[in-house]
Each structure stands twice: as structure tokens, then as C-alpha cells.
Design a protein around this ligand. Structure first.
Ligand SMILES: [Zn+2]
Length: 223
């Protein structure tokens, strides 16, 4: 569904997401879809680098798609979420189609305007959770999961209800061109399921997701 910047922030606040707003995050001039993004799900990415803020906010000299941004959210190494775009962004690129269980089909090459894109700062060469920059940190897993819990509710048409974690995929699920993210999809969905189930008690949700990430630091979930 369409999610206004105001609605988005209300859901981030309600779910206790730790976020900052990038300059121009809600500027319609930065929106390639002119307010027509119709969100049905979420794509998880890694940045394949460690200082991606300038790139994803279209401030890098070599960035080819100015003024359009490269994701909707950037999750920093300390877990802080930068809201890069509260409107439209490029991130999924060519790929798909993808059909959600009991939900809509996102048409081929149509992911950018139908799926939120979350970039997680990581070199992206390991699935592991810890301090190794090749993997991701526990705070990143916690805040990404809280952010997803907030978005699954923000894109549900009925107040206070939320879509299930089936609405979350990785970039590598959208397209075989990509390897992000390294962690299992089932592992991410379990982390996000914990956040979603406990979203009315964000402190508890954060603690339980952190516990999960420490219990399964290989990024694999056995079930
Ligand atoms: Zn990606």
C-alpha cells in the first residue's frame, strides 16, 4: 500500500526503531515514482562496503542515478537506522517476478516501487554475526528486525495488524544476479518473527532478537 512519510514515522516511533532522517528523505523531487510506490513487502540487502551513506543518499560523485536514492533505509554498524527515503528509491533492480504466500505477485523488474529496500552496512562476504566487518553485528540484526516489524504493520491496510514475515525476502531471492544477504532467509524471518510478535513491547523484542542472534551467530537457522 501507499505509505506517506508521516505514516512511516508514526510506525517507526510506535515500534521503537532507533532512527535518524537523512537530508531530503521526504523530498518529492528525490522520488522516481512520484508518490506512487505501492509497498507489499521488504527486500534485505548488504552494502558490500562500510561507508555507504554518501552512496545510498546519492551524494557520491560516481553515483549514477541522482537524485534518486539507492534504498529506503540504511542500517549502520551500530544498528542505527538512517531513513534514506520515505518515498521512492531504486534498490531491487531487474529480477522477479515474486509471489508472496497468499499475497500479491510483484511483477518482473517491478520491485523498486513495490518493496521497501533495507541496506545493511557489511562487506557481505560472511554470514556471521559479531564484530567481523565481513558479517553483521548484533545491533544491526536487532534494528533491522524492529524496522521490518514496523514496516510489516505500516503496509497492512487494517490498523494495528501486520503482514507475516513471508513478506520479507533477500535481494538474492529477487534475482540470481545478487548474493545479498549471506544469512539464510529462514534465519532472517525467525529474527523478524520475534520482533513482530513482540512489537508492542520494543524493549522485550530487542532483547529477544539479540538473544536469537547470539544463539545462532552463523546466520543459519536449523528449522
Ligand atoms: Zn542488494
Amino acid at each position: 500500500m501507499r505509505v506517506s512519510p508521516t505514516r512511516l514515522l508514526a510506525h517507526l516511533d510506535r515500534t521503537g526503531v532507533d532512527y535518524d532522517l537523512a537530508d531530503g528523505w521526504a523530498d518529492p523531487r528525490n522520488d522516481p515514482y512520484k508518490g506512487r510506490s505501492d509497498f507489499a513487502g521488504i527486500v534485505l540487502h548488504h552494502t558490500a562496503g562500510l561507508n555507504s551513506e554518501k552512496w545510498v543518499t546519492a551524494q557520491s560523485a560516481g553515483y549514477p542515478y541522482k537524485p534518486y536514492r539507492a534504498c529506503h533505509f540504511l542500517v549502520q554498524r551500530n544498528g542505527e537506522v538512517l531513513v534514506v527515503s520515505g518515498t521512492g528509491a531504486y534498490h531491487a533492480g531487474s529480477g522477479g517476478p515474486w509471489t508472496f504466500d497468499g499475497g500479491p505477485t510483484i511483477p518482473r523488474d517491478g520491485g523498486n516501487s513495490r518493496l521497501y529496500g533495507i541496506e545493511i552496512e557489511s562487506l557481505g562476504t560472511r554470514a556471521t554475526i559479531g564484530t567481523d566487518p565481513r558479517g553483521m553485528t548484533v545491533p544491526q540484526v536487532v534494528q533491522t528486525s524492529m524496522l521490518c516489524a514496523a514496516l510489516l504493520e505500516a503496509i497492512h491496510p487494517i490498523p494495528r495488524r501486520a503482514h507475516t514475515v513471508d513478506r520479507v525476502i533477500r535481494h538474492r531471492d529477487w534475482t540470481t544476479r545478487k548474493i545479498d544477504t549471506q544469512q539464510d532467509l529462514g534465519w532472517w524471518r525467525q529474527a523478524i518473527r520475534i520482533a513482530r510478535t513482540n512489537r508492542r513491547d520494543p524493549a522485550l523484542a530487542r532483547a529477544l532478537v539479540a538473544q536469537f542472534a547470539k544463539q545462532y551467530p552463523a546466520g543459519r537457522f536449523p528449522y
